[in-house]
Design a protein around this ligand. Structure first.
Ligand code: VGL
Ligand code: ZN
Length: 243
């Protein structure tokens, strides 16, 4: 290293330290947003529907609180896909379709154990509509799921028989979208299952934690986070996204 090179090196290093100090202060104040979504990233907004917010038939606590958070970060994503839970009347996942059964009990179906729910998100009803105030005009696709009478679908990728694709995986792949950022309802069902299936299908997956809320039936929320962490799903906060 020549003397002038060394002087330049020291100057840059000193500058770097000053910058690091500033960044450190910003992050101590909680103001550091490090993630800038790009052309291979997609925001997947799961089931932000009337049924799942307070006042709805399968209300998730605080479900309405995520709407302004999602509205704030959505413009940072060039690509946004929404999902809608979209059941037939008398759907197999409804407790009302199983005489003697109550919501949150289970039944055995040909594809395995099914949790039974209050009637919710019936096709074309007000309950199935997107939550009021959700504002993502540039969203490109709405994937509907759970529309077959005898099969539920928590996941946006694969129905509950675990073999029928919704088409979302193919759509994302064809469009070169590789990293799925998930928000919406509910953390421990549709968001969690979608994140796990995204990983299984070879996508990177990140849940934006404060833009989700859980149902938490019988420890399901802790289990969902453990399963997601084990599968390599990342967990961030909305403040980490540069908007
Ligand atoms: C959901 C239960 C039943 C969800 C949908 O969106 O998480 N949960 N149907
Ligand atoms: Zn459902």
């Amino acid at each position: 290293m020549t003397t002038s090179n060394r002087r330049e090196f020291l100057r840059v290093t000193a500058g770097g330290l000053t910058l690091a100090g500033l960044v450190g202060r910003a992050s101590a104040a909680g103001a550091e947003a490090t993630i800038r979504p790009g052309g291979h990233d997609v925001l997947l907004v799961v089931d932000v529907q009337n049924c799942f917010i307070p006042g709805g038939s399968l209300a998730v606590n605080g479900g309405d609180e995520i709407v302004p958070i999602i509205n704030r970060i959505a413009p940072a994503f060039r690509n946004v896909v929404l999902t809608q839970d979209w059941h037939t009347p008398g759907h197999v996942s409804f407790a009302s379709s199983h005489p003697g059964k109550k919501p949150f009990e289970t039944v055995q179906l040909p594809y395995g154990t099914q949790v039974l729910w209050p009637d919710h998100c019936v096709q074309g009803t007000e309950g199935a509509a997107l939550a009021p105030g959700l504002s993502i005009p540039h969203a490109e696709l709405i994937i509907r799921k759970g529309y077959r009478q005898d099969v539920d679908s928590y996941s946006a990728f694969l129905e509950a028989d675990r073999k029928t694709p919704t088409g979302l995986g193919g759509y994302l792949r064809e469009r070169g979208l590789r990293h799925v950022y998930l928000v919406g309802l509910a953390t421990d069902f549709c968001v969690g299952w979608s994140a796990l299936d995204a990983r299984k299908a070879g996508f990177a997956a990140t849940v934006i934690e404060d833009a989700t809320r859980g149902i938490d039936a019988g420890g399901s929320l802790a289990k969902a986070w453990a399963d997601m962490t084990g599968a390599g799903v990342k967990r961030i906060k909305s403040a980490d996204i540069a908007v």
